[in-house]
Design a binder for this molecule. Structure first.
Ligand SMILES: C[S@@+](CC[C@H](N)C(=O)[O-])C[C@H]1O[C@@H](n2cnc3c(N)ncnc32)[C@H](O)[C@@H]1O
Length: 394
């Protein structure tokens, strides 16, 4: 081994040690001397299915290229590029910053200084959740959630928290669905995609962080939003993402892996669920918005509820709850395991329920059908928009 190689080996050893000791914060690569478009790159830690991985984001002029590696593969990948594609590398850890630079004659110089990132900052492995949605992602800038420097705008903090929470929940559920075809593109329909905040976030997360291929379609009645989102998807080179102007109820598909409907208005949530059930989706995720269908129907409930429904506000709240409980039961009746999760804190919105359904062979569908009929009888409603689209539940 030459003296040159010694310095590079020492740098790589410092990287491996920092990862091992969990003191690693990030690694940057600069002084590009490779072929093609000049770039810089930054490696950070991410958790995939709870296992730490190295994510390498290569920043090009028009877009970022993201690759995720196991720790060993990541170290090897970085090792190959140092002194070749990049003539400068800096390791930031909570212990020290180590820099390896090469002169024009490719003479390496290794320096180590006190850590420049605050020691009080939590180590990277404790910050894994926020790494799921880095605030400087290009789509967040394009959607005006973050500014040009990649900082979340003060007025968009709530939206950013919602995006982070959604991605965190989604990641947890993804492992519940059948992964036998993990090499096949995931097909996803997003009903009522609106301005696309969560659509872009999910597409970006699946393709860049998780490295999945994905065919995703946003369905939205408003043509102006569809146009805007399609333009943005093109600008970001999100080739598997497109938006369609359509009514949820009119949209049909023979197969989709996942259906999401986040705050889609009123019975559009039921249409999304019916679409997912008919297409045998492995996962259906819905955050109901406004529920207008049941309140006018609830006149005579079973004994004991008169004291609740005589107050209009309580009656509406009760109707909201019953609408969503009926949805959960109808999903179970259709062969889905259902979780009802608090989406974001009620501090930000009252519409904070997420109904998460994953296809399962171990669901007692008959019991759920029975419970749905009992609920209908007890609350005195005649029709439910989801039930009317399903066979054999009434
Ligand atoms: C409150 S926004 C939610 C947007 C996005 N899903 C989010 O959570 O950020 C609801 C969107 O659903 C759309 N929408 C309502 N009813 C619909 C229907 N039946 N079919 C398709 N889109 C619908 C609305 O136009 C609106 O853009």
């Amino acid at each position: 081994m030459t003296r040159k190689d010694d310095k590079k080996a020492a740098f790589i050893a410092a990287l491996a040690a920092a990862l091992d000791a969990k003191t690693f914060i990030k690694l940057t690569l600069g002084k590009f001397r490779g072929e093609g478009e000049p770039s810089k790159a930054v490696a950070t830690l991410v958790a995939l299915k709870g296992v730490p991985h190295l994510k390498l984001v290569t920043r090009l002029a028009r877009k970022d290229d993201t690759k995720t590696f196991s720790i060993n593969d990541g170290i090897n990948h970085i090792k190959l590029r140092i002194g070749d594609t990049y003539l400068s590398a800096t390791l930031f850890s909570t212990d020290r910053d180590v820099t390896l630079t090469y002169s024009k004659k490719r003479e390496p110089q290794l320096t180590s200084i006190k850590p420049t990132l605050k020691a009080s900052e939590p180590a990277a492995h404790d910050r894994v959740k926020s790494y799921l949605v880095p605030p400087d992602r290009p789509y967040l800038k394009a959607l005006q959630v973050s500014d040009a420097e990649g900082r979340i705008k003060p007025t968009m903090q709530g939206k950013y928290r919602q995006i982070c929470r959604f991605i965190e929940i989604f990641d947890g559920l993804l492992k519940d669905i059948d992964q036998s075809d993990a090499d096949e593109p995931l097909s996803i329909l997003d009903i009522g995609s609106g301005k696309g905040y969560l659509t872009f976030a999910l597409y970006d997360h699946l393709t860049t962080t998780l490295g999945r291929t994905c065919v995703m379609t946003g369905i939205e009645v408003r043509g102006d939003l569809v146009k805007l989102c399609n333009e943005l998807a093109r600008a970001l080179h999100f080739s598997g993402l497109a938006f369609e102007a359509a009514e949820a109820q009119q949209r049909r598909t023979t197969h989709t892996d996942i259906v999401i409907a986040l705050h889609a208005c009123d019975t559009a949530t039921d249409d999304a669920m019916a679409l997912g059930i008919a297409a045998d989706a492995q996962m259906i995720l819905a955050a109901p918005c406004c529920q207008h269908e049941l309140a006018p129907q609830i006149k005579d409930t079973s004994e004991g509820f008169a004291g609740v429904i005589k107050y209009p506000l309580f009656k509406q709240r009760q109707a909201d709850l019953v609408t969503d409980a009926a949805r959960a039961l109808l999903l179970e009746a259709s062969g889905y395991k259902v979780k009802v999760i608090e989406f974001v804190s009620t501090e930000h919105t009252a519409k904070n329920i997420l109904i998460a359904a994953t296809k399962s062979a171990n669901v007692n569908s008959d019991r759920a059908k029975r419970q749905y009929r009992e609920l209908k009888r007890a609350m005195g409603f005649e029709t439910h928009h989801l039930a009317s689209q399903l066979k054999g539940v009434e």
